[in-house]
Structures are given as C-alpha cells and as structure tokens.
Design a protein around this ligand. Structure first.
Ligand code: PEP
Ligand code: CO
Length: 447
C-alpha cells in the first residue's frame, strides 16, 4: 500500500495552526520530511496488543485507566515529572485492580499530548491580541508575538520529547519500579481526606496482606515486576500524525506510530472532516470524545465510519457530559449503541464537562463534580446492564493546586499557591489517589 493514497485529499481539518507559509509551505514541509525519516515511537504489534486488551474491557473483563496532563510541555519532560506521573497512574491502577479484581489497562496521556484545540483562535490581554496557545507542538505559552507564532520545527521537538518520555516509561515499567509491593508502599499514609482516611488506610492494609499472602504461597515475585503501559494523545495536528503513519510490514496496513492509542476530540470529529478520515484509515485502537450535544444518530454515524466491520477493541467512546448532564445525556447514547450491536468501550472523562472559572480568574474543577460524573456514569451503566469500561483523567504527580476540593480541601483562594498547568486544571497526586479509592468502590459494587 502506498501511503500517499491512504488519506483523502482536500478535506477540511478543524483546529489547525496558521503555520507560516501555510500547511504546504516550506517550513511545514521541511519538518514533515524530517519526521518521515525518523523511526517509529511505538510498534504496530503493541497497538494490536492494546486492541486485544480493549476488546477484553469491552466484555467487562478489564478496566481502562487513562491519565496525564491536559497539555504536556517540553519543559516538564524531566525525569522527576515523568516518574511522578507514571507513579500516580500505577498507584491508581493498583488500587482499582485490587478492589475490583479486574486487570487494569494503564494508559498515559503522555509521550505525545502536546497539541490543544482552542475555543478561540486568539487571546487578548489588555489591548494586545495574539494567537492562542495551541500546545508546545505549535507555539509557546509566553504572551509575546514571537512565542505565540506557530513554528513547525516544534513538531520535530514533539517527536524527540515523546521518544525521551517513552524511553523512561519503558524503563520504569519494565525495570522493577512498577513492582506491586513498591506501589503498595507508596500508597501508605497518603490519606488526607477526613471523610475517607480510615477507609483508605484499611484498604491499603488489606492490599498489603494480600501481597504477603501471595508471597507466602510461593507466587513468583517476578510476576509483579513489570507492567504494560501504553501511550496516548489527541490526534490533532494532522501533519505530525500523518508523517508518523507507516505501513506495517506484517499486515501491509497503516498504523500511526506516534502513540499506541489516539483519540479525536469533541471539536474535530466532524463526520466529513480530515480528522475522521485520518482515524478511519489507521489501524490503531482509537477513541472519540462525545459531549452532551451528541445525538444517538451522530454517535452511530461516527461508529459506522470508524469501525464498519465491528472489530473488537477498535473503538473507545470517551464521554464528557458534565456532572449535571450525564444521568440525562448518557442513557440514550448507550441504549442506541447497545441496540445497534456495535462493540465499543465506554470510558468516562469527568474532567472536560466540569470546568469553570473561579472568581480569581483561574480555570478550575471541583473534585466533587469529577466524582459525581463518574458516579453517574456507573449508575447509568448499571441501570442499562452495560459495562462501565474506564476513566480518562487529567492529572499530575505533583502537589499542585488546580482543582478544588478533595481531602486537602483546596479552596478557590488556594488556587494561586501552585497553579502550573499549561492548559486545563489537573487533579494533583493526592486527589488522583482519592479518586482511585472511590472509583474502586464503585467498581466493586458495579453489578
Ligand atoms: C482534552 O481531552 O484535552 C480535550 C480537549 O477534550 P475534548 O475534546 O473532550 O474537549
Ligand atoms: Co484538557
């Protein structure tokens, strides 16, 4: 198969940067030609493995945990920051896995999550208007004309930063760092929420006892030393994603080798748009974000386009309705899709429908809204007899103050203390673990 004939030419791509010279100009072409020569970041066989695991989750035999920054930055791709994000996801996974007795598919919004769709093309401060920040893949957060001008050389930096991040991910998850007993040690004593502290401690103790029991029963400790960890990001900048799409030598089919799993966002999933054409052509497992305005007909049309053969594991629907809407908006979608016989994994993104601006001007989310949307998600699936397949969370391993509430009782006034995100507010380390304990209980009670 010739790659040039894979994608339909001339389709409209929403949310693309105003590159100097345009999308076919010299600067973009130069970056694309560099990217095309670079080796794959992930391997087609790994994407297939993930698809098989998603197929398991679609049948209720695994749970999906996807988490990481809203927007990764080049500056935050340090050993400490990457380690602490992986650690947070592994801790959450251990809690979920133990209490739900289900394997957890661990997926980072990591090693490629550098581009952002924006509601406005420009940002105005005082009497200065500049292009909006679209992620480190495109421009810089600093509010100057030079920093905000899209620069395609950044796409090459996305590749190298993703490669360095993935290298650490692979080292950490294969080299003993992910050992379940270590993960348990990390989980000790984190509990700060007075509402749940005792319960958390009991659960952590129970988990420790189970590990001791397995060790005493002669279970090979090596079995706990490595984990599979997959990378994911929004497939937004099509020049980048297409330059990293390769024909797999085993199957002769195209895979986007920039990440194991890519999703198409709420703002770029137009049925006849370039993003949908891209997603339909690649063989990776893919996700689609669905907001509260999605009708059952919209969802069925997206499914028909992306997975016409109803391949298991291929399609994940990531709903982001908002805590106030999920109980009303999700059931008609789940009913229509279940009745159609389409195989999908239902994942709850309780972040993007719950963002608001605090009086101080910071964009934030309430921990209790996040929790309530996940609770609504479980309620809907329980009522309809379908599987609550997983969660999609914006989080960091650091002690930031970006979302309000949780055991540390971060208030709107506290937001300024440590507000570091380049885009949306993330759950901090403690809030992420608290969420995992609470979701673990929902999973335990899911049937
Ligand atoms: C995101 O996941 O960061 C995002 C922009 O989400 P959505 O497409 O759901 O708005
Ligand atoms: Co976001």
């Amino acid at each position: 198969m010739n790659l040039d004939s894979v994608f339909t030419p001339g389709l409209v791509a929403a949310q693309q940067p105003q590159w100097p010279g345009g999308p076919d100009g010299e600067p973009v072409t130069k970056a694309v030609n560099t990217l095309k020569k670079l080796p794959p970041l992930v391997f087609a066989g790994e994407c297939d493995n993930l698809k098989e695991r998603i197929a398991e989750a679609q049948e209720g035999r695994a749970f999906w945990l996807q988490g990481g920054d809203c927007a990764e930055t080049f500056a935050a791709a340090t050993a400490d920051s990457i380690r602490d994000r992986i650690k947070t996801i592994l801790q959450m996974a251990a809690v979920l896995q133990y209490f739900a007795s289900l394997p957890v598919i661990k997926v980072g919004r990591m090693a490629g999550q550098f581009a952002k769709p924006r509601s406005k093309d420009d940002e105005t401060r005082g009497d200065v208007t500049l292009p909006a920040y679209r992620g480190d893949a495109v421009n810089d957060l600093e509010f100057t004309l030079e920093a905000r001008t899209p620069n395609p050389d950044r796409l090459v930096q996305v590749y190298h930063t993703s490669a360095a991040t993935l290298n650490l991910v692979r080292a950490f998850t294969q080299g003993g760092f992910a050992d379940l007993r270590q993960v348990h040690e990390w989980n000790k004593g984190f509990a700060k929420d007075p509402r749940f502290a005792t319960q958390y401690e009991q659960m952590a103790t129970e988990l420790g006892r189970a590990l001791d029991f397995m060790a005493s029963a002669g279970v090979d400790p090596e079995a706990f030393k490595t984990v599979d960890f997959y990378s994911s990001h929004e497939a937004l900048i099509l020049e980048y994603e297409k330059a990293l799409t390769r024909i797999d030598s085993r199957t002769g089919l195209p895979y986007d080798v920039s990440g194991h799993f890519v999703w198409i966002g709420e703002r770029t999933r137009q049925l006849d748009g370039a993003h949908m054409d891209f997603a339909a052509k690649i063989q990776n497992p893919i996700g689609i974000k669905l907001g509260p305005k999605t009708s059952p007909e919209d969802a069925l049309a997206l499914i028909a386009k992306l997975n016409p053969n109803n391949e298991p594991g291929r399609l994940t629907l990531i709903t982001r309705m908002g805590a106030g809407a999920i109980r009303e908006k999700l059931p008609p979608l789940v009913k229509a899709i279940t009745d159609s016989g389409a195989k999908v994994l239902w994942v709850c993104d309780p972040m993007h429908g719950n963002t608001y601006e605090a009086p101080s001007g910071y964009k934030t989310r309430k921990f209790d809204d996040v929790l309530d949307e996940v609770r609504g998600f479980f309620e809907v699936h329980k009522a309809l007899g379908t599987h609550p397949g997983g969660i999609h969370i914006e989080l960091t391993g650091d002690d930031v103050t970006e979302c309000v509430g949780g055991g540390e009782m971060i208030s709107e006034e506290d937001l300024a203390t440590r507000y570091e995100t380049a885009c949306d507010p993330r759950l901090n380390h403690t809030q992420s673990l608290e969420l995992a304990f609470l979701v673990a209980q929902m999973l335990r009670d899911r049937k």
